[in-house]
Design a protein around this ligand. Sequence first.
Ligand code: GLU
Length: 421
Amino acid sequence: MVQDALSQSENPYQIAQQQFDIVAERLNLDPGIRQILRKPKRELTVNFPVRMDDGSVRSFTGYRVHHNVNRGPAKGGIRYHPDVTIDEVRALSMWMTWKCAVVNIPFGGAKGGVICDPKQMSQSELERLTRRYTTEISIFIGPESDIPAPDVNTNARTMAWIMDTYSMHKGYSVPAVVTGKPIAIGGSEGRAEATGRGCMYTVLESLRHLGMEVKQTATAVQGFGNVGSVSAFLLHQQGSRIVALSGSRGGIYNPKGLDPHKVMRYKEETGTVLGFPEAEVVTNEELLTLPCDILVPAALENQITARNADKVRAKIVAEGANGPTTPEADEILYQKGIFLIPDVLANAGGVTVSYFEWVQDLQNLFWDVDEINRRLERIMVRSFQEVLKTAEEQTVDMRTAAYTLAVKRVAEATTTRGLYP
Ligand code: GLU
């Protein structure tokens, strides 16, 4: 994706700023605070060499951006993808600030990314890339300053390499420097499925609000990574019919319903969901406009746009991904009466259990999975109800309501701390 070729409305950073401006205007936010919150606080670009398996050396570019740290240490994932840009990472860091504020956990917002194609790299190349990138950004990260986590194409194993590299430099183990780690080295029960689980809780709350019965719903999920797959498993378990699923190369559709566990086994064997028996092949674009009640975009940004929003047939859109809907599409969905659960709420379960993981690491005291899930449910339900109440009181869509709560909280922290020096 060439950055210059992106239309204004598809540059994620401009979108994030546009979303913020709408709410800053509504809140009549102080111009000084507005200037502070519109931009990331600090940005680090690193170019670094990695030795490839064939002996050659390749230079990679990575970023780590802190949007805001007024409510606590910077928090946010690291993604590996060929389309990573500084503007994407800026937007994602800003969304993390709002997300942590919506669920009211004491973190600011950060994000990292490395431009690479992990699907074309071996495990040892990815390990060397991760360890070198960790070293390059080590001036930013730490349990009190900035705590990375998994995002697109990174996982618990990636976090283990980060934890180990950082700890080697320190000379002692520092588990609280990352979340989403394997349980064996201080990871939390329930973290791997937390984003999908949180998404499921917000869908159940939405159904209750709309007077719908989960057992009578059909669900389509775009993306079959960590967020999409777990959302599909859990909604399936709740009794929703999963009619469509997709991976990066395309999707499958069966109006009678798919068993997401069978689809996962098929994907593990063949590398793709395509070709799954008794299902029709659909593109990722087509999946978004299939007849269904619940649509979960859980892949990348800019999927529901002015071009296709009018054709979305779901009653609920739950944003498992960050930034899947553009502002123009938001307006169209709202006019159509579609109930959208914004990313900063729908996918906040991940960072919420990251918070639990960090707290457990700092205390060296670990909770069981029931405790984690109970606490997660409580935070997700409470946050959903707070956002819904704001949306109803102010007659705005759920994204504007979530931003209103979040921006107020961050602005309050900023003014309470005061200006230095
Ligand atoms: N990458 C996830 C997100 O976008 C999780 C971040 C975290 O746990 O820090 O919310």
